[in-house]
Design a protein around this ligand. Structure first.
Ligand SMILES: *[C@@H]1O[C@H](CO)[C@@H](O)[C@H](O)[C@H]1NC(C)=O
Ligand SMILES: *[C@@H]1O[C@H](CO)[C@@H](O)[C@H](O)[C@H]1NC(C)=O
Ligand SMILES: *[C@@H]1O[C@H](CO)[C@@H](O)[C@H](O)[C@H]1NC(C)=O
Length: 844
């Protein structure tokens, strides 16, 4: 349809032109005509008949003419043979005329015609670079011009480029700049400062328009890249960062990530992080920052006690030029962890304490510390239970270690007080400290003898100056307080000061005799020994040493009867010749000052005029006839009687008895039995008195007891008297407490010596008489009691015997039972023998 329009237009022009041609034939056609389009009627214009066209072979001769045009032989018309592009043929020249040679043959005739090619607006303006890239600095000043490429249009004249337009934008406008030969070049003018951060790329479309009708256009895409200028600071996400870290956080732990952005691009927007320039080493050694990521990691060890909080300045810097930086603050708070054990510090060294120090005496001052804070540093101290020390708190964790109970150096000379400090953290930490405390001695212990009483058995006739015994006392105290010296307390022995008998080595307690002792004069005595320490004030204690002198056989038997024999002269006894066998002639009686075996006397006939007539009773010394006297017997008989004791060595003496046999003498001169009966009566009387006095004493005791009992019942709450009774019975059970029994035996029991008495009272000594010789000696039972009590006495006897060869069964059958069961507190000795006296024994 468009072509048809074009064609119609063309025909109109053609006829208009045709009419104006004169002279040389000239055609004018627009370019780009269709093939076959008629340019002009050659036949007519050359004045040729139609027949001639064929016959004369009318044709286009010139080469270019041949290409574009041909002659229609039928009609004689010049037609377009090929596409005609004015721009191709004539370029940018304003007029475009094609000269054509038309050849006619027969006759050969040459015509010259011209075909003017007229421009049609068939080319649009075009840019050489369809997409133009421009880089403009962000900092470019307003008004700066940027020359653009101008568009080309193949068409000429008004069909060529006439104007330019630019897409609307706020930053740029388009201005035309005249250049030489009247051409104009488009220029971009910066109207407003660029901001890459707002718009980094501007896309513009430059359109070139031609003057044709219709108007054709060509475009060029202009891409303006705004070049970044480092005009932005890095911006932190937050101005203040705040984090908390546990004190015990491990190394390399991530702490926080700092983030910052820079609106610039490229290096201008590349942010690098660092710690501020004035960051102290204490921070640098603990934290590190990754410059690229902004991550902060822990690099060192945290210690709340050194730094509880870090305030760090962080710098973010871009890589532009000049570089831009900004800062933020990072606060890292350290949370305390209970990582410090409490500590006990002695503020004053422990002082030695006297063992008698009052409760509350200060021993040492100490201080409890914990480097942590808050509850982690709250320290409690503990002293082990049962120790006589306690802690007295004073101001701010200071304590005084004070005594809180009785001390005794003798039991604990030194204490190592282990004090435990515990904090209140979770879990709590604790530590211990041992505080050595020395207890100094106070003289609070008296010397103690190894025994309360010592029994020493000493043979008589010893060498003076020999060691009698060694006592020893120990003192639990220390040093001078334990240094014991011994002394003998003055007392009287047989009206002589004891110090004339013995002396003591004050250093070691050895007691020396100063005399030889005579058993016959002194049988027992006691020494009060005192041990005294050197303390101030000094303490002392006493012990009693009982010295028993042991009998030695140092006395020969002495004859008492016949008395004249005692003088060493002859004793004359008379007897009737009519005496039967067994007639008692006389009785020889001797005594021995010694005791025991040493005093056990036996009689025997050593020599006799007629050995078959008389005999002497071995034990009694009774001289009796063996047979009836006969008429042949000499009237004067002599007997040499040897009296021996049983000591070691045996001591003996002799007595000569001369007997005169008389006729007609009937009455025995001696009635020993009668003689003996008298003292028996006397003794009976004494017994009666004794029983009477015993009865009265018993009544008195009973009364006293009753009164005490009544008192005791009245104040039953605090009955000291009752208690005393118990103590009494204790004593009773320990009959050996103050009882010493001395027994000399060798074969049959001859005598028992009982020593009794309380320590302070004068000891009592007596002898019981069990000589088998004596048919009268006996203990009399006062109050029969159980035999067990007696057995205790026996066991005591046994224990205290110097040589325990003694057995209770060893008595001879002929001997009367010598010991009867006794009331334990009272023994009664009824003695008719030679030594009988001291009827009462009180065993306490
Ligand atoms: C410290 O300990 C006490 C008692 O156990 C408790 O009441 C208090 O809350 C604690 N204080 C802290 C800061 O943990
Ligand atoms: C005590 O000292 C004397 C003299 O130095 C010495 O003979 C005696 O054996 C000593 N006694 C003891 C028990 O050491
Ligand atoms: C020791 O005996 C003496 C003299 O009898 C006396 O003064 C002293 O108090 C006694 N000491 C003790 C501890 O019994």
């Amino acid at each position: 349809m468009k072509n048809i329009g074009w064609l119609a237009l063309w025909w109109h022009h053609f006829f208009l032109l045709w009419s104006t041609i004169d002279g040389q034939t000239r055609y004018s056609i627009p370019e780009e005509l269709k093939q076959g389009s008629v340019v002009g009627n050659l036949a007519k214009d050359l004045g040729l008949a139609l027949s001639e066209i064929f016959d004369r072979r009318l044709r286009v001769a010139s080469q270019t003419g041949e290409q574009y045009f041909s002659v229609d032989a039928g009609k004689g018309e010049l037609v377009v043979n090929d596409r005609i592009d004015r721009e191709a043929l004539c370029g940018q020249s304003a007029s475009c005329v094609l000269p054509l040679q038309i050849v006619l043959e027969k006759p050969l005739n040459l015509h010259r015609i011209e075909v003017e090619i007229k421009d049609m607006n068939d080319n649009s303006p075009s840019f050489q670079t369809k997409e133009l890239s421009l880089k403009i600095a962000e900092s470019a000043a307003v008004g700066t011009r940027f020359v653009l490429e101008s568009a080309e249009d193949a068409d000429v004249g008004s069909n060529s480029v006439k104007s330019y337009t630019l897409t609307k934008n706020e930053c740029f406008t388009l201005k035309m700049k005249e250049v030489e030969d009247g051409k104009a070049v488009p220029e971009l003018v910066l109207e407003k400062p660029l901001d890459r951060e707002k718009k980094a790329v501007h896309q513009l479309l430059l359109t070139a328009l031609d003057g044709g009708n219709p108007v054709l256009s060509g475009t060029s895409q202009i891409t303006i890249t705004v070049l970044d200028n480092n005009d932005n600071f890095p911006v932190f996400e937050k101005n203040n960062y705040k984090v908390s870290l546990q004190e015990n956080t491990a190394k390399n732990t991530f702490v926080v990530k700092i983030a910052a952005t820079d609106a610039d691009e490229g290096p201008n927007g590349e942010v690098e992080f660092s710690f501020g320039s004035r960051t102290p080493d204490s921070v640098l050694s603990v934290f590190e920052i990754n410059p690229l990521t902004g991550e902060i990691h822990l690099k060192g060890d945290l210690d709340y006690e050194k730094a509880s909080s870090y305030k760090i300045e962080i710098t973010a810097r871009d890589k532009g030029f000049p570089e831009m930086e900004s800062h933020c603050r990072l606060q890292i708070d350290i949370v305390d962890v209970n990582d410090n054990t409490p500590e006990i510090v002695l503020t004053s060294e422990p002082q030695p304490v006297r063992e008698d120090a009052a409760s509350g005496t200060v021993v040492a001052l100490l201080n409890a510390r914990d480097a942590d804070s808050g509850n982690n540093s709250k320290v409690t101290l503990r002293v082990p239970k049962g120790s006589p020390f306690t802690l007295k708190p004073s101001f701010s964790n200071n304590y005084a270690l004070v005594t809180s109970g009785p001390l005794d150096r003798e039991s604990f000379p030194e204490y190592n007080i282990e004090i435990t400090a515990t904090d209140s953290g979770t879990p709590p930490l604790s530590s211990k400290k041992v505080i050595p405390v020395t207890i100094t001695d106070v003289n609070d212990n008296a010397p103690v003898f190894t025994q309360k009483t010592y029994n020493v058995y000493l043979k008589e006739n010893g060498v003076p100056g020999s060691i009698l015994y060694s006592v020893s006392a120990s003192d639990l105290d220390f040093g001078e307080n334990a240094k014991v010296s011994y002394s003998i307390l003055d007392s009287k022995v047989q009206d002589v000061s004891v110090s004339s008998y013995v002396y003591i080595n004050s250093d070691n307690g050895s007691i020396y005799s100063m005399h030889s002792f005579d058993y016959e004069k002194l049988k027992v005595f006691q020494i009060q020994v005192q041990a005294k320490d050197q303390g101030s004030p000094s303490l002392s204690s006493n012990a009693t040493v009982h010295v028993f002198i042991l009998d030695q056989n140092d006395n020969a038997p002495a004859v008492i009867y016949p008395s004249s024999a005692a003088m060493g002269s002859l004793s004359h006894q008379r007897m009737p010749r009519s005496a039967k066998a067994g007639h008692l002639v006389t009785k020889v009686t001797a005594v021995d000052a010694d005791s025991g075996h040493n005093a056990w006397i036996s009689y025997r006939v050593a020599e006799a005029t007629d050995a078959s007539l008389f005999t002497v009773n071995l034990y009694t010394g009774e001289v009796r006839t063996k047979r009836a006297v006969s008429e042949q017997d000499d009237s004067s008989q002599r007997l040499l009687i040897e009296i021996k004791d049983d000591g070691e060595p045996i001591q003996s003496s002799t007595v000569t008895v001369s007997i005169i046999l008389e006729d007609g003498l009937h009455e025995p001169i001696l009635d020993l039995r009668h003689k003996v009966a008298e003292p028996s009566k006397k003794t009976g009387r004494i017994t009666l008195y004794l029983i009477l006095s015993l009865a009265s004493v018993s009544v008195l005791s009973l009364l006293t007891f009753l009164i005490l009992a009544v008192k005791c019942i009245r104040n039953s709450s605090s009955s000291s008297t009752c208690c005393m009774r118990r103590t009494d019975s204790d004593d009773y059970k320990n009959p050996n407490r103050n009882l010493q029994i001395q027994l000399n035996t060798d074969g049959p029991i001859k005598y028992v010596e009982v020593l009794g008495g309380d320590m302070l009272s004068q000891s009592q000594s007596f002898r019981s008489c069990m000589s088998p010789m004596s048919e009268y000696s006996d203990f009399t039972l006062i109050k029969p009691s159980s035999t067990t009590d007696f057995k205790e006495v026996i066991s005591v006897l046994d224990a205290s015997l110097p040589d325990s060869t003694w057995t209770f069964e060893s008595q001879q059958g002929s001997s009367p039972s010598p010991i009867h069961t006794q009331h334990p507190k009272q023994l009664y000795c009824n003695e008719l023998g030679d030594f009988g006296y001291l009827p009462w024994i009180k065993i306490l």
